[in-house]
Design a protein around this ligand. Sequence first.
Ligand SMILES: [Zn+2]
Length: 405
Amino acid sequence: MFNFVRKVTLFQLMNLRKFKADRIFTGKEFLSGSWVLTCTPEGEIVELTEEGFDTENIERLKGTLCPGFINAHCHLELSHMKGVIPKHTGLIPFLMDVVDKRDFPAEHIQEKMNEAVDEMYRDGIVAVGDIGNTANSIATKANGQLVWNNFVEILGFKEDQFDRIRQEYGHVLAQFRETENNLPEGKFKSSLVPHAPYTVGTKIFEWINRETRNLTISCHNQETPAEDELYGTGKGEFLKLLQKFGSKESPFPITGKSSLQSWLPHFNEQQKIILVHNTFTSAEDVDFAIDHAAQSLSGIYFCLCVNANLYIEDQMPPIEMLIDKKAELVLGTDSYSSNDQLSIAAEIRSIRKRLPNVPLEMILRWATYNGAKALDRLNSLGSFEKGKKPGVLLLDENLTARRII
Ligand SMILES: [Zn+2]
């Protein structure tokens, strides 16, 4: 404590803020209302202690104090698509609609991205794992108050276009990295990522593996049963989407295995991998992924975007099975093309409504500590620990979040 206090300025010391509430969620567990959270005016955690004799200047709040939320999966550059795509069409018609309808005037896209960042800030989100196929979101992200893991998402399964793909997405990544160098440390972390097993070919997977040693990456995973069918048999509904891109038959290896068991072994460079959606992932595949991660990765995370799954497929992911398997879960909002809001609090409420037996403490951990771990930001975010600046939220009884700091 003494060593740390010497590092904060006299001004900060005189203006420390102390909070008490009905209870405190630390990032890992609930503490009772007898605990006091002390932080600098800027939100750097000084200590979390039980209330003693010094009760002066404590701000007493109604509700639960909680570290800022981590949105592990979003597509900021699709923020202009709110209400554009009809609900419950299933994944493949959904994807075809996104491809057909995503072009809008650039100013309109910029305006909607700015609004989306403001909305996420108000919801208590402090960090975002954000997918982009372009560099369009750079200025919006650099100016706002959130921190970003920029996932430069590659769509490319035509092996003869490997050089073009590598050049195009390498250029997008270079723009993010260049901006990163001029921003405060940690504001941006940027990496290449595959979009999904049905849009990325073997050569590209292998290239992404080589380029992402020790980094966090993500991949959309098993959002529809057709994905397993594509790898298992080379047939199924995905052929319709592939035809749109000029492929008459599946360009992917027919492995006789699930898609996850077919592509995940391409990665063996100690990445942290966030598998997104997992709506149709089997228990056997979860075992496979956890085993593979233990040998070749530094972590595997299963991201739930429940409101998006309900929007597109009207289907919940197998949350209870994932809990049974002790999978590490994180939460995401996906984009406005498949969600009515970009709110982690709303994702938590949806899970609570459908699975009231899953403890709130567990879900809040997914939304805070686990998300920070997956995005490699545990040094500053995800929990109320001395020296971190994780954001301070107050949750009311309806699980609405309000930012305190
Ligand atoms: Zn997505």
